[in-house]
Write a protein that binds this ligand. Structure first.
Ligand SMILES: CSCCC(=O)C(=O)COP(=O)(O)O
Ligand code: MG
Length: 261
């Protein structure tokens, strides 16, 4: 496959995780089932702790917002205040989390709780973050050339740091200059990419965003960010129009950097 040229003014890489640095199967077959299998037990064990209370508070705010916008059935909009029965209250949160996951929602509330739950799984060695083998060598090369590398994922910053801190490649957190999650905005909104450029302190067209999802690529492009769509096994199929519109790569090694051989 011909190399995809990174524009001459591009000196910042912004990387998606699921489907880009990491197989979708790791997220769908390892990370998400861990949440489904453990959420009830986790909430029961941590219910009285501040961190857990904050997570539940955020989930409740999201559920209230969803109800207002008719996004969920009544069972998924829980109201802790009416519950004296802890078990029932926990069950409502569990139902909400499972419903959000069935819808593959990327709410900050869901992602925050998930990040906290994965902490124990990573630190006890139960799971290790899967990273495609072309990713670390490519990033090391980019960094040698003076480029900056950031992550932007729907997974919380804490979840991102766990994935790369306890990865199949070891602790590779030093490869990243920073992390962004949905606290900066949704990945399908172009404003989020403008905010990221402001936060990094560069113009949008200095950034090259790599993602598997064209709805994210489109939003980034609208903000003036350069994009390439990453084609990995198991990623969503692209239409012929998408294939001809976007620069496509199947490995990070296919990116040709300005001034490099
Ligand atoms: C980084 S933690 C696990 C991934 C996750 O929860 C997720 O929603 C992936 O979203 P992405 O934006 O990286 O495709
Ligand atoms: Mg992705």
């Amino acid at each position: 496959m011909a190399k995809v040229a990174v524009p001459g003014n591009g000196n910042v890489f912004l990387l998606d995780i699921e489907g880009t640095t990491t197989p979708i199967t790791f997220v769908k077959d390892v990370l998400f089932p861990y949440i489904k299998d453990n959420v009830q037990e986790y909430l029961s064990a941590h219910w009285e702790e501040d961190e857990c209370k904050q997570d539940v508070h955020l989930l409740k705010k999201q559920a209230d917002d969803d109800s207002k916008h008719h996004r969920s059935g009544p069972v998924h909009s829980f109201d802790q205040t009416v519950h004296t029965d802890e078990e029932k209250a926990i069950q409502e949160v569990v139902d909400n989390v499972l419903w959000q996951m069935a819808e593959d929602r990327k709410t900050t509330a869901l992602k925050q709780l998930q990040g906290h739950m994965w902490r124990a799984a990573y630190t006890t060695g139960k799971i290790r973050g899967e990273v495609y083998e072309d990713v670390v060598p490519a990033i090391r090369k980019w960094r040698r050339l003076g480029m900056k590398v950031y992550i932007y994922s729907s997974g919380s910053v804490e979840a991102q740091k766990l994935l790369f801190g306890y990865s199949t490649e070891g602790n590779v957190l030093e490869l990243f200059d920073g992390h962004f999650d949905t606290n900066i905005g949704a990945k399908v909104e172009s404003k989020s990419y403008q905010r990221i450029a402001e936060s990094i302190g560069c113009s949008a067209d200095n950034i090259m965003f790599l993602t598997d999802l064209t709805r994210e690529a489109k939003a980034a492009e609208e903000a003036g960010v350069k994009v390439a769509v990453v084609v990995r096994p198991g990623n969503a199929e692209l239409t012929e129009e998408e294939k001809s519109h976007y620069k496509l790569i199947t490995s990070f090694s296919e990116l040709a950097l300005p001034g490099s051989a």
